[in-house]
Design a protein. Structure first.
Length: 207
């Protein structure tokens, strides 16, 4: 069983967007997916409730961070972590071979918050268990100076930059309808699907 935690204590950086996208990608490919919504705001739950019934079913559990959830029967478990989670109970929640994805936006405030979280993750000792961490640049506007800052910050971290997702209304529109770009024909969302491929490759490569 494959566990992916999407986390960064900074609000609005794209945790739910990434968690719901991974859930729909794996589910559309026939995996038994459990999406765990750890956030009291319930954004993943809202997305799940709107998801059209014609798509292959997945399971969603809403649960606080420190309440254990049963993952029995799931091939892939995706955890949408809450904003402001600063690794409380991390030893009980994460185990060896789990993966962490950290979405990071380009503003200086977001970069400072991400840096503090990455330092806390390093200090926690949890990574010694073999947990893999990947960084995702999100809401990328490639023609801005802040994008350069975002890229050079991410490249200086000890963890790989596993993908970059552009800033596009596609993510806002799909979230509202319980959909993701993985639910559309390739021809309609080619640019976005190609940006997801390196993220999926990294997740698949590390098992
Ligand atoms: N690449 C993107 N391009 C445009 N909009 C995006 C992108 N990624 C996320 N968004 C939008 O930004 C907002 C915040 O994203 P999201 O809810 O995924 O962040 P979050 O980290 O889960 O927030 P919170 O910390 O409140 O849980 C949402 O409206 C979402 O649709
Ligand atoms: Mg969220």
């Amino acid at each position: 069983m494959n566990q992916i935690f999407v986390t960064n204590p900074k609000g609005g950086c794209g945790k739910t967007t990434i968690a719901t996208h991974l859930a729909s990608h794996y589910s559309n490919n026939g995996a038994k997916v459990l999406l765990v919504d750890h956030d009291a705001q319930k954004s993943s739950s809202d997305w799940y409730d709107c998801r059209p019934k014609k798509y292959l079913s997945m399971k969603l559990i809403a649960s606080s961070v420190n309440t254990p959830v049963s993952t029995k029967g799931a091939d892939v478990v995706i955890h949408d972590m809450p904003a402001a989670w600063t690794l409380e109970h991390v030893e009980e929640i994460l185990h060896s071979d789990d993966k962490i994805l950290i979405p990071v936006l380009s503003s200086p405030t977001d970069i400072k918050a991400a840096l503090r979280f990455i330092m806390a993750l390093n200090r926690s000792g949890i990574l010694e268990q073999g947990i893999k961490v990947g960084l995702v640049a999100n809401k990328v506007k490639s023609n801005t100076s802040y994008h350069q800052i975002q890229q050079s910050f991410l490249e200086r971290m000890d963890f790989p930059v596993v993908g970059s997702l552009r800033d596009t209304q596609n993510y806002i529109k799909t979230m509202d309808k319980g959909l993701t770009v993985f639910d559309f024909p390739i021809s309609k969302v080619k640019n976005d699907l190609s940006q997801w491929q390196p993220i999926l490759n990294w997740l698949n490569a590390i098992g």
